[in-house]
Design a protein around this ligand. Structure first.
Ligand code: NAD
Length: 396
């Protein structure tokens, strides 16, 4: 992923959604984010595993009845046969379906946006990476935190050398919503997230630890060399970790410490990143996302505000409201989508695309996340031993 730009164009895109039925969490967030940008219209979908809810959701969203599909296989086939097929599909279903849904659309040459974690296994992940390359489609993984302007500013501070060489990363994502067996009460988001059949091998480490891995990599560019993980299950009757501690060594010699938890009483979505270099530090918290702390060694703490004139063009490019009017989760998704849609529009306009046209988390970022989860599981199962954490899944 490299520095972004804004392509001017009046081309409007069409998209379809898999998942996002009434009562679901993230699908409606994706739709709201796309609507903020006005670059793509929802024209079709298969929105729910429940037949009636699928139709009800499609009708509510104004989708014509012949484009509310019974399943994703039918949607991929029939959309690809149309004269005016969708430009991309948006996959917002539980983890176990990401691979098969993405594969169906990629093989029809349709661009994909997919939720994290990308796949359940490393084998599926490698196959998806290959399919993206072979079919020459654009693929975005919605690692939402990469879309926050102050995260982009943090990336700028690191890449412009303002904190010097990185020595330490301390990052955490504590939540408390799974402190008891919520999954047995009929709460469906908890039910699938705690079941390995639907969530994969990672509990907290997959659901939110994967966000830590991604956002640290996005800001710092650090590559993991080795890691040591301790995944724990505190709530009796659960089969996936609800708390994870991870120690890391990066290729540049820096050390890291990640903590993901879903049983940390008092925490909602407490993603917090601290990066310490030889000359300074940065600190960002997603529950207070419009501010970024920056401190040079032997200097007072500075608190940067999103949208301020003194910030870099990198982050100013993503500001939608003046400083002091809070932006947040929806805008971060909208920023990712703007970059993705800009790229698709450029493609539609016949421009040759290269790496410089891609400023969103790609299938490789998704693959790195899957490998991180599996390396953590491997280390923990070995009794918390150091394991090789080198990113091995390659493009092509
Ligand atoms: P959810 O349970 O709230 O919603 C899932 C939706 O998918 C439901 O509408 C369900 O009916 C539908 N669905 C299930 N099987 C289907 C099928 N075969 N065809 C069509 N629709 C089907 O789940 P959620 O919390 O929205 O999570 C969905 C995905 O988004 C997960 O992979 C999760 O990890 C990810 N997520 C990412 C973020 C983020 O910050 N990027 C935040 C939340 C969730």
């Amino acid at each position: 992923m490299i520095e972004g730009r804004n392509i001017e164009s009046s081309v409007s895109l069409k998209y379809g959604q898999v998942g996002g039925g009434i009562g679901s969490f993230i699908g409606p967030v994706h739709r709201a984010a796309l609507a903020m940008n006005g670059q793509a219209d929802l024209v079709c979908g298969t929105f729910s595993s429940d037949v009636n809810r699928n139709i009800e959701t499609g009708k509510m969203l104004g989708v014509s009845s012949d484009r509310i599909y019974a399943n994703f296989e039918d949607m991929a086939k029939r959309e690809s046969e149309r004269k005016d097929p969708i430009d991309f599909v948006d996959i917002a279903v539980p983890n176990h379906l990401h691979f098969s849904v993405a594969k169906s659309f990629i093989e029809k040459g349709i661009n994909v946006v997919c939720e994290k974690p990308l796949c359940l296994t490393e084998e599926e992940t490698s196959e998806l990476v290959k399919l993206v390359k072979i079919n020459n489609v654009q693929f975005m993984v919605t690692y939402s935190y990469d879309g926050y302007p102050m995260v982009i500013e943090a990336k700028h501070l690191v890449s412009s050398g303002q904190i010097g060489d990185i020595r330490l990363v301390v990052a955490e994502y504590p939540q408390d919503w799974l402190t008891s067996l919520l999954e047995l009460t009929g709460q469906k988001q908890a039910a699938w997230r705690t079941n390995p059949k639907y969530a994969g091998l990672g509990g907290s480490i997959g659901d939110i630890g994967s966000h830590i891995e991604n956002v640290v990599h996005f800001i710092s560019g650090l590559e993991i060399d080795q890691l040591l993980a301790k995944l724990e299950i505190f709530v009796e009757g659960r089969s996936l970790d609800d708390n994870a501690f991870v120690l890391l060594k990066y290729k540049n010699g820096a050390s890291g410490n990640y903590w993901s938890s879903q049983i940390a009483v008092g925490h909602e979505n407490g993603l917090k990143i601290r990066i310490f270099g030889t000359e300074g530090k940065i600190e960002w918290e997603q529950e207070n996302p419009n501010y970024l702390k920056f401190q040079k060694i032997n200097s007072p703490l500075e608190v940067f505000t999103r949208g301020s004139s003194y910030l870099s063009e990198d982050s100013k490019n993503y500001v939608r409201l003046p400083a002091g009017h809070p932006e947040g989760y929806f805008e971060a998704f909208a920023n990712l989508y703007r970059n993705f849609c800009d790229t698709l529009i450029a493609k539609k306009n016949g421009r040759d695309l290269n790496q410089n046209d891609v400023f969103f988390p790609t299938v490789l970022d998704g693959a790195r996340g899957v490998q991180f989860i599996h390396d953590c599981v491997r280390s923990s199962e070995l009794g918390s031993k150091w394991v090789d954490g080198t990113f091995k899944i390659k493009e092509g």
